[in-house]
Design a protein around this ligand. Sequence first.
Ligand code: 16G
Length: 511
Amino acid sequence: MDLGAITKYSALHAKPNGLILQYGTAGFRTKAEHLDHVMFRMGLLAVLRSKQTKSTIGVMVTASHNPEEDNGVKLVDPLGEMLAPSWEEHATCLANAEEQDMQRVLIDISEKEAVNLQQDAFVVIGRDTRPSSEKLSQSVIDGVTVLGGQFHDYGLLTTPQLHYMVYCRNTGGRYGKATIEGYYQKLSKAFVELTKQASCSGDEYRSLKVDCANGIGALKLREMEHYFSQGLSVQLFNDGSKGKLNHLCGADFVKSHQKPPQDRIVYYYHDADGHFHLIDGDKIATLISSFLKELLVEIGESLNIGVVQTAYANGSSTRYLEEVMKVPVYCTKTGVKHLHHKAQEFDIGVYFEANGHGTALFSTAVEMKIKQSAEQLEDKKRKAAKMLENIIDLFNQAAGDAISDMLVIEAILALKGLTVQQWDALYTDLPNRQLKVQVADRRVISTTDAERQAVTPPGLQEAINDLVKKYKLSRAFVRPSGTEDVVRVYAEADSQESADHLAHEVSLAVF
Ligand code: 16G
């Protein structure tokens, strides 16, 4: 380590005194103007992690659904997954070290993790379209280079695309080519193969209107459009040409406000009475897992499928999956990393948060078995195996990915000849309400049982239990947000009025 150079560069990315941040659910997130030092230091940390794992590590500069003024950063581990928890702690320590202690913390981490400093390091970087992102990603690069790391800057990418790149680079190209064309080609080839087999083809192909939240999705979907010009037409709304990022639009806005964006979102419709119907992550998990199960029955394979949800999953979806579809359902804490980890335990793990984050994971043994079946089996079985092989390719298994999920859904709807309304009618959601509560310190609330029970402050869970008893088919929980300085309240019950009351009463109990 060239300590002199690190000190010199670090001073150019100095930490504001006293500022404390935490590597939360999805990395660091706060106002963009407070993040320069964090970016530089995450560049340093990515080099250490790369040396330790002897693999390419990703750094993504984004604050995803947060307001445009915010920004953030997260690291991507070798197989495209989120950073390991012990390194999240290192990230927090490094980001919070005062200028004079920074070097010592850096050395401590390398010693604790037995990092061989002679090892080469390679870091790939991506960023979203926020005005602050380009400069901040430059600070990441400063951190990488001062520790002697090599890097490739992909520039503008969606987060799942960066996860895909990292996964490809560390698996010797077996998963796909680590370029943006490689990503588009892999997905569009699988999509075109799949939809060829749908009975309604030709003129009947579907047309989708997509809410791009005025962000990176617009840019990338536009680039991708011509790869699947056959079979699907997409029209982009909130494409960044006039509106502000995530302002009154985007999946997070729609899910938490249960109303349409000023323009459009993926998968909602108005019924004949003009009512708004959102098709959320729970419905997506149901569609996907039932389709995969049907294919397996057709092929004659009995593999173990599991569905992973969070406490936000609508009670009706859990009941439908368990009782009607007979698939086991598991609940984890909020945040993709927790669901992803759990889903890895199954032959086929389907995970979705109600807000739409999710994907399906297939074990290597399953992928090989299906490939063999697609070659060896006959007729109908072979066709089903081929379909499964393509659908596996269409999923981004490195991370939940809205573009890939959209193509999976479109392919399944086309193959099953289902309309969005028929899909939505699989089960009826229990009415629910989400609220945000501002408190002095949200850390006084801690939870257990996948965030369904409050442990502290004392008495809170008992108060919630008493409130829940007043309503039918009811359930409620509170948890501190991992991305904003608020406490989130969720309630569901047999009517909207009851869900609203319950949520309100629980939010009063939080104070
Ligand atoms: C982040 C998470 C998402 C989670 C959300 C919860 C990733 C990639 N994203 O967006 O999974 O649902 O945070 O936010 O992990 P909250 O903690 O503020 O409720």
